[in-house]
Design a protein around this ligand. Structure first.
Ligand code: F6R
Length: 599
């Protein structure tokens, strides 16, 4: 995912920009660049690869005194990772950095080419700077020209633009892609894609709303349509990083709707899924898939096994990495071996990947950390783009893993011709609703807080569900036991009658996942059996169910995956609130470290 930084002030500008970009490295990138402007003179530097390469190129460049600068780390979406395609992109006298996708860039490019503009890069971003210079010819002031430019862009963007015609100004706009602006008492102004580069630098920050457009100078920050709302940014790193939330886990639950958009960007189109990471030669001869992971990542894998078989008609099997590595697995070279890992460092998953490679299988990592051991070892990688996950209980990493796997299912389904064009378009339309669903699902937070007081004791919890809601039940139980230290199990709803129902009494809490779009009546009758044995039932469903003791009403949806994502958030919030009431530090549960790298 691309990262953006900007700076106005009198410190060494190059250093400010590169230090800021380093804080955004976790987003992944393949090239980087900066533009520094002082008294109307602009210097730009770009380099492919790591920031060290950019530092190498700028080692003899220094600034003193007031100036402005913009910087960017690029993850290629349009055009290869080359210096020409790296940002900032330049016009005749202006420079731009951009994070997101300009969907109508082809139309704008054609229009500008007819007017005689020559393009240097293959990117969508370059249209912004040329369009701005054309608009500047038509408008009396540069801000009007900038607004007119932004008005013509469709898609998602966070944009910073500097121009020699306004030497102390940075123009900014945001829609769909994140951007934060910060300032301090020394009069410095900072921009970044997340708060990480601003911590310790800015004393207050404004989280820009979608549709914001404005400009900043050393004297003034102006934004439309609404004034920016600056809030204090704590100076100490830990408090600041929590951004006002009680725990990292809570912050990360709330971030899900944003990061899921990042996961989809450039990959989900109206009628297709694009994975530049996977080419036809790599996939040739693949007829089956083996998914391998641990813990929460294993639950994401298990979820997708239902989708792969249903949509892509591919045989799939799912392995727990710590089991797989000690088996004598039969591996055939028509199998794509997919490992899933948030950290990219989990020892069992890494070892399983090594075994698959040694057996000559093609390997794919679905991972959140670029340059991790798993990413370095796998033949191909799809990054989940969840951003740094600090809470020990995985939340947003799980959401993005499931999203990537759903996308991968459709990618294979299209390639194998197992879905019609109409079904594909429907699936993609529902997929595009997921960020909104994640946002709306947070509405039940208060309800989870209130309900949590009734679920602090008892002799155990059963999370139950069917189909993809069974792995979600496993995930709910894992979340709860990991941070509350209460005993919880995830179970297929239809299996309860084969033994576990013997445990049912009022002190057994059943958390029933009852989606309307998938096997509702079957699940309902399983819950009725538990209710008949007096188990205490908390139903999570869009439909009221009178045998439930408690109820969390979800929104009605037309697609099971939308119900899945909403119920996922409910489980996360509920587990967190129960754990908080029990007085636990949900970010650092006992006996657990974030990634288990040693045996
Ligand atoms: C649960 C959790 C763990 C991890 C597991 C695998 O909340 O975080 O179960 O999912 O340790 O870790 P990764 O995905 O980093 O390989």
């Amino acid at each position: 995912m691309c990262g953006i930084v900007g700076y106005i002030g009198d410190r060494e500008i190059k250093k400010q920009l590169i230090d800021g970009l380093r804080e955004l490295e976790y987003r992944g990138y393949d090239s980087a660049g900066i533009a520094v402007m002082q008294e109307g003179n602009i210097s730009t530097f770009k380099a492919v690869g790591k920031l060290a390469n950019l530092e190498g190129k700028t080692k003899d460049f220094r600034t003193e005194g007031m100036g402005v600068g913009i910087g960017h780390t690029r993850w290629a979406t349009h055009g290869k990772p080359t210096e020409l395609n790296a940002h900032p992109h330049m016009g005749e006298y202006s420079y731009v950095v951009h994070n997101g996708i300009i969907e109508n860039y082809r139309e704008i490019k054609e229009m500008l080419e007819e007017l005689g503009v020559r393009f240097l890069s293959q990117t969508d971003t370059e249209v912004i700077v040329h369009l701005f210079e054309k608009e500047a010819e038509r408008h009396a002031d540069l801000f009007s020209a900038f607004k007119a430019t932004i008005d013509q862009l469709d898609g998602a963007y966070a944009v910073l633009l500097v121009t020699q015609k306004a030497p102390d100004t940075v123009f900014f706009a945001r829609k769909g892609s994140p951007m934060i602006i910060g300032r301090n008492k020394e009069g410095e102004v900072f921009f970044a894609s997340s708060d990480a580069p601003l911590i310790g630098e800015a004393t207050e920050v404004a989280y820009m709303e979608d549709g914001t457009v404005g400009y900043a100078t050393p004297e003034k920050i102006y934004a439309e349509p609404d004034e920016l709302l600056f809030v204090p940014l704590a100076g100490d790193k830990l408090t600041a990083q929590k951004g006002g939330y009680r725990f990292f886990m809570e912050k990360e639950i709330y971030e899900q709707y944003d990061v899921i958009g990042d996961t989809m960007i450039g990959r989900v189109l109206d009628d297709d899924i694009v994975f530049e990471e996977l080419d036809d030669a790599f996939l040739e001869g693949i007829t089956r898939i083996k998914l391998c992971a641990c813990g929460t990542s294993y639950h994401a894998a298990l979820t997708s096994s239902y989708l792969f078989e249903r949509m892509a008609k591919m045989p799939v099997n799912v392995e727990i990495a710590s089991e797989f590595r000690y088996k004598e697995p039969l591996l055939t070279d028509d199998t794509l071996f997919v490992v899933i890992s948030q950290s990219g460092e989990t020892a069992d998953t890494l070892e399983a990947l090594r075994m698959a490679k040694e057996a000559g299988l093609k390997t794919l990592a679905i991972c959140n950390v670029d340059n991790s051991s798993i990413v370095r070892l796998a033949d191909a990688t799809i990054l989940t783009r969840a951003g740094i996950e600090k809470g020990v209980a995985s939340t947003k990493a799980f959401a993005t893993q499931v999203m990537v796997l759903w996308m991968l299912t459709l990618f294979f389904a299209k390639k194998r011709g197992t879905v019609t064009d109409a079904t594909m378009r429907d699936e993609l339309r529902y997929m595009s609703y997921v960020p909104k669903v994640l946002q709306k699902s947070l509405e039940v937070h208060e309800k989870c807080k209130r309900l949590s007081k009734r679920y602090l004791h008892g002799h155990g919890f059963f999370f139950i569900g069917r189909d993809i809601f069974f792995p979600l039940a496993l995930e709910g139980a894992l979340k709860l036991k990991e941070i509350s230290y209460l005993h919880a199990e995830g179970y297929p709803a239809g299996e309860m009658k084969h033994g576990p129902i013997a445990l049912a009494d009022a002190e057994l809490f059943t958390i029933a996942l009852m989606p309307k779009t998938l096997l509702y009546d079957k699940t309902k009758s399983n819950v009725e059996e538990l209710s008949a044995r007096d188990s205490t039932i908390l139903a999570i469903s869009p439909e009221m169910f009178d045998l439930a003791d408690d109820f969390i009403l979800t929104h009605p949806h037309k697609h099971p995956m939308l119900e899945f994502f909403e119920m996922m958030v409910v489980e996360q919030l509920l587990s967190m609130e129960i754990a908080i009431r029990l007085g636990n530090d949900v970010d650092m549960p006992r006996n657990l470290a974030k990634s288990v790298t040693v045996e």
